[in-house]
Structure formats: C-alpha cells, structure tokens
Design a binder for this molecule. Sequence first.
Ligand code: AHM
Ligand code: MG
Length: 363
Amino acid sequence: TTLFRSINSLISQIYRYLCLKHNYIIFIMEERNRTLGEFIIEHQNSFQYSTGELSRIINSIRLAAKVVNYKVNKAGLVDIVGAAGEQNIQGEDQQKLDVYANEVFIQTLINREIVCGIASEENDDFITVAGSDNSHNNKYVVLMDPLDGSSNIDVNVSVGTIFSVFRRITPVGTPVTIEDFLQPGVNQVAAGYVIYGTSTMLVYTTGHGVNGFTLNPAIGTFYLSHPDMKYSEDGKIYSINEGNYVHFPQGVKDYIKYCQLEEGDRPYTSRYIGSLVSDFHRNMIKGGIYLYPTSSKAPNGKLRLLYECNPMAFIAEQAGGKASDGYKRIMEIQPTELHQRVPFFCGSKNMVEKAEEFMAKAK
Ligand code: AHM
Ligand code: MG
C-alpha cells in the first residue's frame, strides 16, 4: 500500500508539473463527476430508438469539438503564423476558422459512417452520405452551424458550434432528399451546442432535459459540470442588438421600453455579446431573453431556422424556457428552404410571453 501511495503521489506531482509547465488549467475533478463518454453510454437506453447510432453521433461531435477547440484556442497566433489564405512558417496553408470547423465536423461525421446526410450553414446545398458500401443505410441527418459568431474570433470573444439531429423521412437504403432536412423542429431527436469560451463546454439534449459538460483541456475529457440545466421562469437580462432600434417592429420597440422602465424588478440589464451561443448560454444560466427580430433592414430577421433557431429552441424548451418568432412556436414552423431565416425570441418563459404580448398588441 505504501509503495502504491508513493507511486500515486509521484504521478500526480508529475501531472501537476506538466500542467503548470504547459500553462494548462488544473481541474480538480471529484470522483463523482462523470465524463461525457460515460454519460452517453448510461443514457443510451433512455432514447426511444436506442440502437446506439444517436450516441455515436454525439460521440463524433464530441471529438470534432475537441479538434475545433484546439484550433480556436490558437486563433490569436494567426498574426504570428500567418492569416487565412497565406502560408504559415511551416509552409502549411492557413484556413479561415469557420471553413476549418465546417470541414472537421463534416469529415468526422462522414468518416464514422453514422449519418445519411449533412446540411451546414457554410454549404449552399446538403451533402448526401452514401457510406463506404454505398448502401445509404443510415437513419439520421445532422444540420449545423459549424462556427457561429465567427466574426468574434478576431477579437477573442467566444464562438460556438450549433447542431441539430433528425431521423430521416425517406426510406433507409435510398439517398436522402431535401425533405429529410426540411422538417419542423418538433421532429428533432437531439440538439446541442459547443461554446468555445473561457472554458469549452458541450451542452445537449436528446429530449430528456439539458446537460452541460466542461472540457478539461489538460486531458481532453468533457465532464458533466451542469446537470439538468434549467431556465428560471423570469429573468432580468435582455439581449438584443439595440443599434437596430429604429428599424425594429413597434412591438419590439415597446418591449425594449418595458425592459428599461423603472418598475417592480425592472429596469432589466442589457447584455449582448453578438455571439448567439454565448448570449443564449448566459441567459439560460442567469435567466433572460434573447431577441433577433425582423427589421426594416432584415425583413425575416438574421438567424437561420434550421441551423440556429430550431436547435436552440429545442434546448430552451427542454430547459423549461420558450422560443418563438414573436407570435408562434419556433419548433412548429414548417421550413420551406435550407437557409431560411426567422425572427427569434428565446429565453425565460415569462419574458418571452411578455414580449409576445407586446408583439400581439402592436400588430
Ligand atoms: P453568423 O452565423 O454569420 O455568425 O451570424 C450569427 C450571429 C449570431 O451568433 C449573433 O447572435 C448574431 O449573428 C449577431 O448579429 P448582429 O451583429 O447583427 O447583432
Ligand atoms: Mg451562424
């Protein structure tokens, strides 16, 4: 036992030394903390179609997220090693990070042969995945925004990956068609996001609540850090790009004024990062509302129904929050095109309902 303890202590001292030497953050993980891998295996059976495919999809996303995280963390070095379109000192071509993230997520899903199709905000059309035996036998399609808010990269602000998973509608064994992607959000079987922030987190739902996992960068493992995430019913934060105020519909202008009024628990605090994943994540933890309405400049809003709003709406609802386009539930909208935009009101239930009240009044 004494020998075993000494070896153990020596290993932990070497580990700490290496972490400090390489500037890693040391996470002291208690034994009860489960890893994402363990969590996926434990919860596989709670999923109604439980054949393991959905678990494998989440596993692939976990892997791709780690790869992208590594690259995002090096983004500040671009000036040193060369900007996009140039070659770095090793003679390697530099890529824009959103293009890189897109390739990593697509390749990881294709290589593992677990999906029959992928649609990405970065690509004009969807990708058909036939599988190495050309059988088209897989059942799921993934839709994603591989690096949302990527304009924030240059200024070291958090960005994210958003994903949404559906079962195909067309028969297994045939190539996917556009119908498989144009499904309303209520058909989602899983959705989530990765936030590349002060720490990197993967947050997802398969329709049984929302769980958040934090990456320990020293050993490359996600740990369950935020079990069963919930929105509070009310919140005190409103997040909107107020620079567009004059272009907003009257209902939104009235709601903003309501948020700013000195009455009861108001005025609310305004917080807007301009990175959907980060704004959403903060509001889910602290209680708040995120709004990207229509405006005279953007008559359908800016955010994409399939890649951004549906997955966030699924997570919001699973966390007890709400997501609407100002009038109706986001997840019930029947999509008509891949890159469709919709206005987005999402967050604490009572706040979204209040904003909807203002929208209805001003209609
Ligand atoms: P992107 O998909 O081109 O990155 O745009 C989406 C982003 C969201 O992350 C963010 O909430 C929004 O655009 C910010 O837009 P704006 O700068 O108009 O406020
Ligand atoms: Mg985006």
